[in-house]
Design a protein around this ligand. Structure first.
Ligand SMILES: [Zn+2]
Length: 229
């Protein structure tokens, strides 16, 4: 069994583990490890960067085996390993901290939008292009005018500032069926398999430029960093 340890601890950088399986996708070799620190791209969050025995690898979810497998990025080589062999795994912790901060800030903005009566329509938590999109089925008349959109943006910012000042805890629970639910205090709850900070005080420089409305979609861009604590 592969254990997805990135779900247990966002900040775990290294693991001494062993090779669970190896295989091929489209002629490219992959390696799966038992104790998997590596978050693959998904749910709006980018893939981790990492290393196996010092050689760079890139994780992705293999639909056929259901495993998270590691491939060489951009035609590089993989270490010569066979199932059962011990191996040292490591992730780029700085990148992970940023991804977790952006991802958690995305949940916070989702909560702020829901508080406006909007419905989540999409999310991207990638650095420099993070954005949450909503649809508005309540007919928020402010959104038709620039001044109203500015007021709505200020409401979102106020919601985020208050929640961060309160240092609301970010928690995850997995039920018996394997469904994982992530919550921010009592302001947000969603099914999620991503990595998160421990509480909103771990976020820094959360910034929302004025929201945009295009083709019936409310687009809220944002940026965030991980606090130095
Ligand atoms: Zn999440």
């Amino acid at each position: 069994m592969q254990h997805l340890s990135y779900l247990d601890d966002t900040y775990r950088e290294q693991a001494d583990t062993s090779v669970l399986a190896t295989g091929e996708i489209d002629g490219e070799v992959w390696i799966a490890v038992e104790d998997c620190l590596f978050h693959p791209q998904g749910g709006g969050q980018p893939a981790d960067r990492g290393w196996l025995d010092g050689i760079e690898v890139s994780p992705l979810r293999d639909a056929e085996s259901g495993l998270i497998v590691l491939k060489a990025p951009d035609g590089g080589g993989l270490p010569a390993l066979v199932a059962g062999q011990p191996v040292q795994a490591r992730i780029d912790l700085e990148a992970r901290r940023l991804h977790a901060a952006l991802h958690t800030a995305g949940h916070l903005i989702e909560a702020a939008g829901r508080a406006q009566g909007w419905i989540l329509a999409g999310n991207i938590h990638f650095p420099n292009q993070a954005r949450i999109e909503f649809t508005d089925q309540s007919g928020d008349s402010r959104l038709a005018e620039p001044e109203g959109r500015q007021r709505a943006t200020v409401d979102l910012r106020d919601f985020a500032v208050k929640a961060i000042a309160a240092d609301l805890p970010v928690t995850a629970e997995t039920d018996e069926a394997g469904r994982r639910t992530v919550s921010i205090g009592d302001v947000h709850s969603a099914a999620c398999g991503g990595t998160h900070v421990k509480s909103l005080g771990d976020l820094s420089e959360v910034e929302l430029p004025p929201l945009k409305v295009k083709k019936g979609r409310i687009k809220v861009s944002y940026s965030a960093r991980h606090a130095d604590r």
